[in-house]
Design a protein around this ligand. Structure first.
Ligand code: UD1
Length: 435
């Protein structure tokens, strides 16, 4: 089993280049199924989730050609709806975007129930509500999702849809499905995350007519077809947030490059409240922590609020801050606090009560063997390892590799003592294999 071995105590220093946004890429790749032509996608992050989605696209008949590690050309002129790579679909969350893109392209869809990080119940009822309103009821049987347009012409039809919950996934999925539907679709109570806007910009650049992405009302005039084109994905807001927080937690100084500073306003504001200096430049932010970090309170919310995906990383920075900090997780239930248990193994005495966590720092963290419970919790444990005295081992690193391009390489370039080490799975298994 591969683990990260981290020798703590360094101050991160230097520059780091942020990759393309994971959550935009994982929507844009399935959406490319709608394009009747060749589309070139640039600034693609090199992570296992995008690789898996490209394989799924290929299983549907797309020609997928890597031009370089961050540029792909996808030709979806001769695609089919059946025989998708269901094994890969089952493992990732974003595979649910194929419901929208298959329905848009073929008028019918078959996918698996989505996989991905497990931080509590993650229902898809709002996706189902949206597809049903567009004319394609959804049926779940034997772990598969089936949907087919029940209209005379076999196409989806525009509709007015109110999402009962602000959901990134449902907003994106309904946009994908509706952009080639007959007539006009209006989606109310939409998520406003930068990756929602990026997905809409991608589709518009291929001929779609989507307006209002980034606000809570998105209007889509259905078009008959989408044409090929070229599109560059935005920088990853959460990857950038992770390095900003890591710089602060380790009392470092890091220039985080290739970012859209506006997308990071909520992170910069919280770091400033914690006595960290954040300087913004046109496409980079400089984070400098010279003083003892100080307490603050954080409540996760949909964009432009503080992102739930940065909650685990900032927990670690707050564990290094003087005073009582309160975190409120309002996007997911208490299951998004699994990293708090791991932090306790390193010496932090954190109290968790439902959706609230209370930290009274600064804690002196000590190296331990800890789990990456999910993608962002895993990144948080790496930051904790960098802050701790002694050596930390982070297990289940496959979660981290789903979403961070070259995490180890980028951290090493900032001065971190981190390496991937390979251990036998456990002693018994090692002995068994000898027998
Ligand atoms: C996306 C992100 C994930 C991030 C999350 C919230 C991707 C691939 N993943 O996940 O990294 O943590 O947004 O910013 O982009 N909900 C429902 N019914 C639904 C859909 C969602 O009740 O049909 C609930 C969820 O349980 C959750 C909340 O709505 O409590 C927000 O979820 P959503 O925004 O949909 O998250 P994802 O799209 O799954």
């Amino acid at each position: 089993m591969e683990k990260y071995e981290i020798k703590g105590g360094c101050h991160l220093r230097g520059e780091v280049e942020i990759s393309g946004a994971k959550n935009a890429a994982v929507a844009i790749i399935p959406a490319a199924l709608l394009v009747d032509g060749v589309c070139r996608i640039e600034n693609l992050p090199e992570i296992s989730d995008t690789e898996a989605l490209l394989h799924i696209l290929a299983s549907l008949g797309a020609k997928v050609k890597m031009i370089d590690p961050s540029t792909v050309e996808v030709d979806c002129r001769h695609v089919h709806w059946e025989n998708a790579d269901y094994d890969r679909m089952r493992k990732i969350r974003a595979s649910y975007y194929f419901i929208g893109s298959m329905l848009g392209r073929f008028g019918k869809a078959q996918t698996t129930m989505p996989g991905g990080c497990n931080f509590g119940v993650r229902p898809i009822d709002q996706h189902v509500k949206g597809m049903t309103a567009l004319g394609a009821p959804v049926d779940v049987r034997n772990g598969y999702i089936f949907s087919e347009a029940q209209t005379e012409d076999g196409r989806l039809h525009g509709a007015e849809i109110y999402l009962d919950k602000v959901s990134v996934g449902a907003t994106i999925n309904v946009i994908i499905a509706a952009c080639m539907a007959e007539g006009k679709t209006v989606i109310e109570n939409c998520a406003r995350e930068p990756h929602v806007v990026d997905l809409a910009n991608f589709l518009n650049s291929m001929g779609a007519d989507i307006r209002g992405a980034g606000t809570d009302t998105v209007k889509i005039n259905g078009v008959k077809s989408l044409h090929g084109g070229s599109y560059a994905i935005i920088p990853d807001q959460i990857e950038a947030a992770t390095y900003m927080i890591a710089a602060a937690a380790t009392q470092g100084e890091v220039l985080v490059k290739n970012v859209i500073p506006k997308h990071l306003d909520c992170i910069s504001a919280k770091l400033r409240e914690m006595s960290v200096t954040v300087e913004e430049y046109p496409d980079s932010v400089l984070v400098r922590a010279r003083e003892q970090l100080t307490k603050t309170n954080v409540k996760t919310q949909p964009y432009p609020g503080f992102p739930t995906d940065a909650q685990a990383p900032i927990s670690v920075a707050l564990s290094q801050s003087r005073g009582v900090s309160i975190i409120t997780e309002s996007v997911y239930d208490g299951n998004r606090y699994k990293h708090m248990n791991e932090l306790r193994k390193m010496g932090a005495t954190i109290t968790v009560n439902g959706s609230t966590a209370v930290l009274e720092g600064p804690y002196e963290l000590t190296g331990a063997t800890v789990q990456a419970c999910d993608l962002r919790a895993g990144a948080a444990m790496v930051i904790a390892g960098l802050c701790a005295k002694g050596t930390t081992y982070v297990e289940d690193i496959h979660y981290i590799e789903r979403g961070y391009q070259d995490f180890v390489g980028k951290l090493r370039a900032l001065g971190a003592d981190i390496a991937i080490v390979d251990f036998p799975d456990d002693v018994e298994e090692a002995e068994l294999s000898v027998v």
